[in-house]
Design a protein around this ligand. Sequence first.
Ligand code: NAD
Length: 320
Amino acid sequence: MPEQAGQDVAGAADDAGGRKEHIAFLGLGHMGGPMAVNLAKAGYTVAGYDVVPAALEAARAHGVPTVGSAADAVAGADVVLTMFPSGRHVLDAYQGRDGQPGLLAAAAPDTMFLDCSTINVDEARDAAQLAREAGHRAVDAPVSGGVVGAEAGTLTFMVGALPEDFETVRPILDVMGKRVVHCGDHGAGQAAKVCNNLILGASMIAVSEAFVLGEKLGLTHQALFDVASAASGQCWALTTNCPVPGPVPTSPANRDYQPGFAGALMAKDLKLALNAIQSTGVAARIGPLASEIYDAFAAEGGAGRDFSGIITDIRDKSGK
Ligand code: NAD
């Protein structure tokens, strides 16, 4: 059973810099769960909440104090941290739906709304504007590093914030990550995330096509790797997440493409990049194509596989 308001919330922690913030942590899923654990371990007063009881239970079992509703979590919070699946979830939660008051209305004035979800740039800007109009502060801080990084506290945070708000959230992000980059004003964190993942998705497709072409031309994987990894074809998709087994023993290709970074998440992030391309009018051709390719990959069984598994699709469609 979810706990009631005020129950099981850890006592306030003080450090040399003074009282640590009280954090309402909403969205205790694959990423949010372990992130909340790290904040609680670091001595922050955390009130965790998720609409799914199993997520709430799991977080509580790992030491995250939980409460029975979003309103209970937000009561008395200095920071409202959200880690939701999409921008629609964030905007609905901020504004409320079906006649229910939202988080912005429930929070005390000048609360920090810190959204770590990966959402559209325009949605992040809308969320920040709504928060500011309601008398609050807002930061977008999407992450990279996956569940492994969330558990280890080694995420990278890409932050869109006013300079003074960045300073406020930085110590909190430092607990959950090893790298925190201030990318600019509201929405800049999401902008950096979609631009990076556009490079990643497109480069993984290019590396995979090159390996399949090499196979057709009689090149060994190792020979192509030895050349390209030390030449101008060098990139993360090749040297860290190599889509063929062998050259990089730690890459998902060596464990039948278990993620890693799942195809469904790449498809999602490329859709966000596509939305940004369309809303800005950039004459991009590779980005939309990469989005289409990963949509098909996810729909045809790749959703739960590492995104480097795209190479098997390319190989399968290349004939004998
Ligand atoms: P998830 O689906 O596991 O977790 C999201 C959680 O939010 C769920 O437990 C859901 O019940 C909860 N939720 C939704 N609406 C809510 C509400 N109104 N109040 C309280 N809880 C609510 O997703 P995840 O894998 O943890 O990813 C979270 C975000 O992080 C996504 O935006 C994703 O794109 C991004 N991300 C994920 C990864 C990854 O490897 N999983 C990596 C980088 C970024």
